[in-house]
Design a protein around this ligand. Sequence first.
Ligand code: NDP
Length: 484
Amino acid sequence: MSYRPQASHFINGQYVDDTDGEPFDVIYPHTGEVIATLHIATAAIVDAALDSAKAAQKEWTALSGTERGRVLRRAADIMRARNRELSEIETKDTGKPLSETLIADPASGADALEYFGGLAGTLTGEHIPVAGGDFVYTRREPLGVCVGIGAWNYPIQIASWKAAPALACGNAMVFKPSEMTPLTALKLAEILHEAGAPAGLFNVVQGAGSVGHSLITDPRVDKVSLTGSVPTGRKVYAAAADGIRHVTMELGGKSPIVVFDDAHLENAVAAAINGNFYSTGQICSNGTRVFVQDALYEKFIARVAARMDNAIIGDPMDETTTIGPMVSARQRDIVTNYIRIGQDEGARLVKGGKMIDGDGFYIEPTLFADVTDEMTIAREEIFGPVMSVLRFSDEQEAINRANATEFGLAAGVFTSDLTRAHRVAAAFEAGTCYINTYNLTPVEAPFGGMKASGVGRENSKAAIEHYSQLKTVYVGMNDVEAPF
Ligand code: NDP
């Protein structure tokens, strides 16, 4: 298998390359083969991307919101029309099964482009009457040039979730995908250009952390939006702070799902399966600590284990496959190491736990029971297909233990007691909470973390606040008085 990207970068409306940049390989996780080789952005490439973004932003912000929205909505249509092609590239790049990418990846990118395209024409300030007939009005203005930096688990979704609100508000963006998954952000750039975005409005440059660092510390940049791990978030936040830049941080998690005795068992089991094994567990908001109340505990574990037998592990291009490989050998090894630590620290391995032989980066979906709060697998983000089940007895205990983490991305509760469901959701220290479902992220709903899991919100009208700023204009309607 191979894939031939047009070039490494997309700048000022065209594909460009600079072979002076260090080469890096794109690896197909199913086979370990190199499917493409790209180049890391040189300083000249980064410079060209920022210059063209700065120029394009002026042109773009002079359009009306409706005109900007039209471009985004056209891009959404193109993305949907090319869904299969884009999904296949995403599957080659990430190893995620086509059964997922066909419905979840470009599709959610298109949703974001459509939603923020619709909002673009509605973005206004307000009129504020003040004393003596004077008044104030506010203008909602763009920030300028935004930098987007993506993780490797949802490459085209992350790029679109950042580009759509940024562009709707009148900003330009330079996007750096993860070095591990560089391919589909280029396609987003191509599609936006085809939809009528001015050259330079959305540029893609490749590279690892050092390229990201050179972007976020550049004086031409006004805002940084990162999706990544908490340690990277701390570095990027600190670097952005030096220039007093706006930030959005979408970081990692160790989210709880709390299942009470009165829960609908199969729904809770299905949600825990989705929330631990979808995308081979490589999802930031996964519910990796599943707290189950005493009376349901063994039944829950038995049902999860039984349903895990139905997983179809293998070739991600086969549309019947439901579990693909990990994104990289490194990520597989990290997860394998956590599984070993889980066993060493005394968790009960109910199912899975082994690497699968072959060239691909496969690992068995893994179920641990009898996990306790202090175990490493209950505290650290694993980012792989490992479910930990913990036992609890009463509501307050479950809330306390669910919240006893530095993370606060998501949380879920399963119960048929209406008041308890809302009470527990209110008590969770997490940005996105679920009652009797888990891990749905429609574009209409805000998404983001509390505590170390992040700053700011993506999706929904809330994202507008993070890609625009208010200018206050005070209008004097009276003579100006002075003491002398
Ligand atoms: P990383 O934090 O390793 O990397 C994220 C991005 O930041 C990559 O593009 C990386 O480049 C870049 N980067 C690394 N160091 C720096 C730096 N010093 N300055 C600027 N950029 C830098 O995350 P992963 O790619 O490993 O993704 C997994 C993580 O992302 C998990 O923790 C997961 O929870 C989180 N995540 C959060 C989501 C959310 O919405 N809250 C959604 C999805 C994932 P490169 O990799 O090329 O070196």
